[in-house]
Ligand binder design. Structure first.
Ligand code: FAD
Length: 287
């Protein structure tokens, strides 16, 4: 099933992101964790793609397993920045052969010291064009309510986002954010810029204070005072922080649904217990 059919449905959607193992030794345990999440019957599941395609085979086999064994629609991430056009064609053919019809088309982070002149892909829009030409995929892309860290201004970021949609991106998934008002402002601005594709809100339940610094460095997400108080108070108490992080994320999800954001994607970090807790907390809402 296409992701757009799921997220355009009347029922609110709740989906989960998982990541593949980096090495074969971890494959079974990661696969088991993703299967426990699939047992929660999410609307769909996405599987990330390691930098530079380092996990390409695992991304595909995890995505394929979820779809074939559990009937859960899979969204396979694909980055292009370190790939050639030929590599990308080969990956798309592998996806097609595995029955994957949904792809999140990403640029990926440019590795340090890379000669940008030699890149065959510079931006996700170019990948989106190639996937569209290849045919047969429902194509998603990333968006950044607090702007992509490389963007000089949020105006530029939205201008290039519109370009991505013009190239064939059919839905967008947001970077994580911890203040829903940031998303509501972003929605207003993108709609005003003529971007009318569905937007899936990405929510990260922070259950471990060690995650926080890394998250902020990578995503540029601002941490609201209310969230910082929780971390200050419970950060050193692991079970308490876990409970508080899940409660905070649940509140965000309910507020999003209540304000008309019908599709929420949980960055579940391969943690089936966190995924189950969020699902349970909104079970009467997404029923
Ligand atoms: P783009 O859309 O190409 O944007 C990158 C930057 O270039 C932005 O600042 C944009 O404004 C700017 N830009 C775009 N077009 C132009 C242009 N024509 N001229 C000048 N500037 C332009 N990374 C992974 O490695 N694996 C994953 O699985 C993965 N999953 C992700 C899922 C989500 C939902 C999100 C939000 C991010 C994910 N990432 C992943 C991270 C992502 O690869 C990085 O954020 C990357 O730096 C940008 O990717 P993009 O597809 O958003 O790039």
């Amino acid at each position: 099933m296409k992701i757009t059919e799921i997220i355009n449905g009347k029922r609110p959607s709740l989906s989960f992101e998982v990541f593949p193992p980096k090495t074969w030794d971890a494959y079974e345990s990661v696969k088991n964790a993703t299967e426990r999440i699939a047992e929660l019957s999410p609307s769909y599941m996405s599987v990330t793609y390691g930098a530079g395609g380092s996990t390409a085979g695992y991304t595909l086999s995890i995505a394929e397993n979820l779809q074939k064994k559990f009937g859960v629609t899979s969204l396979a991430h694909l980055t292009c920045v370190s790939s050639s056009k030929e590599d990308i064609k080969a990956r798309l053919q592998e996806m097609k052969n595995s029955g994957i019809v949904n792809v999140l088309a990403l640029r990926g982070d440019i590795p340090d010291g890379f000669d940008k002149e030699k890149l065959e892909y510079r931006y996700a829009a170019e990948l989106i064009e190639d996937i569209k030409e290849f045919g047969g995929f429902c194509i998603g892309g990333a968006c950044y309510p607090e702007s992509h860290p490389e963007s000089p201004t949020s105006f530029d970021d939205i201008k290039y986002l519109a370009e991505k949609v013009r190239c064939g991106c059919e839905f967008l998934t947001t970077q994580m954010f911890f203040d829903n008002n940031i998303l509501y402002n972003f929605m207003y601005r993108i709609r005003e810029a003529g971007i009318n594709v569905p937007v899936v809100a990405g929510i990260m339940p922070v259950t471990n204070p060690k995650q926080i610094k890394r998250i902020c460095r990578i995503s540029g997400a601002a941490l609201p005072q209310r969230f910082c108080r929780i971390v200050d108070r419970y950060g050193s108490d692991i079970p308490a922080m876990r409970q508080a992080g899940i409660a905070y994320a649940t509140e965000q999800v309910i507020d999003l649904y209540a304000n008309g954001i019908n599709a929420v994607h949980i960055y579940s970090m391969n943690d089936p217990d966190v995924a189950a807790a969020i699902k349970r907390n909104v079970s009467a809402i997404v029923k």
